[in-house]
Design a protein around this ligand. Structure first.
Ligand code: SF4
Ligand code: SF4
Length: 656
């Protein structure tokens, strides 16, 4: 079909497109390589297998948005089919009458699938256009010319394919499988005889070129736009974190000279790859408690700002890295960095498995450890941790006073025990949380459990220090606790605090503290299953359950608390829309407990509104810090009819 001049033009156009795409690929590859090395090559089979599974079944795009996910998947699957169609398209141009697939049943099947997906893809384009430019859904904050360009490309590709096939059949030489093209031939193209074979040939060539040039332009555009996520995303999935969620690397405080991430090239290569993997879909903003409560932080914008800065820094990265801007303050505001509660909701829903918290923690560590800059309220927190081993700064010698009348044995006196009760700072010093600890102890005593506690030997687990970037104080607390714990014999540690649970279970092992750690929800579930505690269920209260972030998202404990509450209450548990994996933080995590929320609404107030919407009168949780936040929120918002309880309190009330 093509003349020899056209064939040369085609080859030149392919070379030009490949050259432009490769130049941009090389530039971005160099940008990513400017980051710090990170080792994520373990379990390659698992990494590759999970990536292929997710990409080919398009699992991540269905998260949160089934309809959008379906149309997204349609475009992806359609493009796989069009790979074959496009190869054949090129072959037809070069060799008139030739088909890579012959003209038998395989060819007809390919055409049938291509027609089917062309129709579905056109529907998908209309859906995305209406969603983005007519309804302007809130998570897609501004109309993007890049998305419009891509929608135009995809639409033109499909239409040019259908009409190219229709002109191939003109005037009436029908081809099996070409059902959409046949419809276009019968209803859109001129009547038989109205076109000369010369005009038909011109139309064929025009549509052939249009289709092929759009494909080339699309290929180049992907490399230069946010649609690079089509290539970077699958690679990002391969290098996902297979370890502890939002793991904070252990700093070597004695040997390292630099802490955190002062500049863009201090981020690791996976962090930089994240920036190009972001599809700007806004799922992270939809679930972020900081963003949803009107604060400065938007996890989506955070990545976008870092990406724009990385691109703008290209000339300096290799020639003069010392002149790079500081990330904190010059690229990302302090407010954004301190707004994060480290709840991990953004990471849970991100289809590209981007790791937002690592970037925020890097800036926090730099700010606290290198510049001694942090929210002023943290002065009291750090002083308390340093001097008294608790964030309130209350005299460490009074740590076990809450338990004076409970006759709990000290492990130092008992010597050996089955359960070592890790009370935590809240249970030891906060009056609401002391009630939780007391309820739990009473349940243990009723169950006849063999347990003891550390008393005044216990120190803060270190979570508030670590999540606020003060790694130095975290390591001091952690090492002291590990030294104490390693001194005693016990089978397992039980705690009522998900923060202590997470740190002891997942972070102490890196420092030589290896223990079997259970959350009290797990132990209560076990005791009830073994009939060691009996309760009198009631149906007088309407319960909803709040998943604490460090119990649910960080440690996947969703079912045991719910089963306990179902046993307790004969009424169905009233679930909040944001529950389980997409639970909405109470606002206390990541140091939030210890500082003021200076902008937007209080996060705990937003959560109380969500709880109230279920019609529940009691919000049950499994974390003393969530309890503190909800007690305050109830008082501050005048919702005195609402009540908040911990699982242990809810069960102890009904013990028989
Ligand atoms: S970070 Fe993930 S969830 Fe957020 S906009 Fe980018 S791709 Fe979407
Ligand atoms: S961890 Fe939570 S608060 Fe921080 S950016 Fe992600 S969703 Fe927002």
């Amino acid at each position: 079909m093509l003349s020899w001049i056209e064939k040369i033009v085609f080859i030149a156009a392919v070379a030009l497109a490949a050259g432009l795409a490769f130049a941009e690929f090389r530039k971005k590859f160099r940008l990513i390589s400017s980051g710090q090395k990170v080792r994520r090559f373990d379990r390659p089979g698992l990494r590759l297998g999970q990536m292929l599974y997710k990409v080919f079944l398009q699992i991540p795009v269905f998260s949160q948005r089934p309809v959008t996910g379906f149309f997204h998947a349609v475009i992806f699957w359609g493009f796989l089919i069009f790979l074959g169609v496009t190869l054949n398209h090129v072959a037809e141009g070069f060799f008139t009458g030739f088909s890579l697939f012959g003209y038998g049943s395989i060819y007809s099947l390919l055409l049938f699938m291509a027609n089917l997906f062309a129709g579905l893809i056109i529907l998908a384009v209309i859906y995305f256009f209406v969603r983005r430019y007519v309804f302007r859904v809130s998570s897609l904050d501004r109309p993007s010319y890049q998305s419009l360009t891509v929608l135009f490309f995809i639409f033109t590709l499909m239409v040019s394919f259908i009409f190219y096939e229709a002109f191939k059949m003109y005037p009436r030489q029908f081809i099996d499988g070409d059902f959409l093209a046949r419809w276009a031939l019968l209803h859109v193209l001129p009547e038989p005889g109205a076109l000369t074979s010369f005009s038909q040939g011109l139309w064929l060539k025009f549509l052939w070129w249009l289709h092929i040039l759009i494909i080339m332009a699309f290929g180049v555009f992907i490399m230069y736009s946010k649609h690079l996520h089509l290539l970077a995303g699958p690679i990002n999935l391969v290098f996902k974190n297979l370890g502890v969620k939002a793991e904070i690397p252990l700093l070597n405080l004695e040997e390292q000279e630099k802490f955190g991430t002062p500049q863009i090239n201090d981020l690791n290569r996976k962090d930089l790859l994240d920036l190009f993997s972001c599809a700007e879909c806004g799922r992270c903003d939809d679930v972020c408690p900081a963003f949803q409560s009107g604060k400065a932080l938007s996890p989506k914008n955070l990545l976008e700002k870092l990406k724009n800065h990385l691109m703008a820094s290209a000339p300096l990265l290799h020639s003069n890295p010392a002149d790079l801007k500081k990330l904190l303050g010059e690229v990302i505001s302090e407010e954004e960095v301190w707004d994060c509660t480290t709840c991990a909701a953004c990471m849970e829903v991100c289809p590209m498995l981007n790791e937002h918290i690592a970037k925020i923690m890097g800036m926090r560590q730099f700010s606290v450890l290198m510049e001694s800059r942090f929210p002023e309220e943290f002065q009291t927190l750090y002083r308390g941790l340093e001097n008294q081993g608790n964030p309130w700064g209350i005299n460490a010698d009074t740590r076990s006073e809450w338990a004076k009348d409970l006759q709990i044995p000290l492990i130092s006196e008992k010597g050996e025990t089955d359960i070592l009760l890790w009370v935590g700072c809240a249970g030891s010093f906060d009056q609401h949380s002391q009630k939780i600890a007391r309820s739990f102890v009473k349940i243990l005593q009723r169950a006849g459990a063999d347990f003891a506690f550390l008393g005044n030997e216990e120190k803060c687990c270190g979570d508030p220090a670590r999540r606020s970037g003060m790694e130095y104080l975290f390591q001091i607390q952690a090492r002291q606790n590990i030294e104490t714990l390693n001194h005693y014999k016990f089978r397992r540690i039980i705690t009522t605090c998900p923060h202590g649970y997470h740190v002891l279970k997942n972070e102490y092992p890196k420092m030589g503290g290896n223990y079997q750690v259970l959350h009290h929800a797990e132990l209560l579930h076990e005791l009830m299953a073994q009939n060691k505690i009996q309760i009198a269920p009631s149906s007088s209260v309407k319960l909803t359950y709040h998943d604490p972030c460090y119990l649910g998202r960080y440690n996947h404990i969703y079912d045991q608390p719910r089963q306990l509450l179902e046993n307790l209450n004969q009424q169905r548990l009233l679930e909040m829309a944001a529950s389980k994996k997409t639970s909405f933080c109470c606002g206390a995590g990541g140091g939030g407990m210890w500082k003021e929320e200076k902008s937007g609404k209080r996060i705990s107030h937003c959560r109380m509104e969500q709880a109230e919407k279920t019609g529940a009168d009691t919000i049950v949780t499994a974390c003393p810090f969530c309890s503190i936040m909800f007690h305050d929120a109830i008082a501050e918002t005048g919702r005195e009819k609402m009540k908040t309880l911990d699982l242990a309190q809810a069960i102890e009330e009904k013990l028989i």
